[in-house]
Write a protein that binds this ligand. Structure first.
Ligand code: THU
Length: 136
């Protein structure tokens, strides 16, 4: 899908901004909101390690802090410094953040190597038995 490739391109660009002096593992994400806007993010590490923020959450928090609440898809690219060579699956914390705002069956998670090589999953596929807001 052309839109998937645009998101992957945006994620690859965002990855260039990753701040990773400790792991040297660079991740970029591009989040598509329902209104068509795209919110990018990179991972931002910290000398204290724990404060590190993943690329996916950077994208979500940028978008939500600007009033976005509804999302359609996210593209994620990641790997050690240099070109991406394999798909990078989001960590469990980022999957849980996705579940806060996204429909499990409608939200698409695009894991990419580049614009020509990627796989698409639903959020439910990567987060089975999700703990979702409606359970509270
Ligand atoms: N990281 C992400 O940004 N997203 C993921 O999906 C997996 C992990 C980051 C966190 C840390 O800066 C580095 O990758 C190594 O774990």
């Amino acid at each position: 899908m052309a839109q998937d490739r645009e998101l992957i391109r945006a994620a690859l660009e965002a990855r260039e901004k990753a701040y990773t002096p400790y792991s040297h593992f660079k991740v970029g994400a591009a989040l598509l909101a329902k209104d068509g806007s795209v919110w990018t993010g990179c991972n931002i590490e910290n000398a204290g390690y724990t404060p590190t923020n993943c690329a996916e959450r950077t994208a979500f928090f940028k978008a939500v802090s600007e009033g976005q609440r509804e999302f359609l898809a996210i593209a994620v690219v990641g790997g050690r410094e240099g070109p991406v060579t394999e798909e990078c699956a989001p960590c469990g914390v980022c999957r849980q953040v996705m579940a806060e705002f996204c429909d499990l069956d409608a939200f698409r998670v695009i894991l990419a190597v580049d614009e020509a090589h990627y796989s698409t999953y639903t959020l439910r596929e990567i987060l089975p038995m999700a703990f979702v807001p409606s359970r509270l």
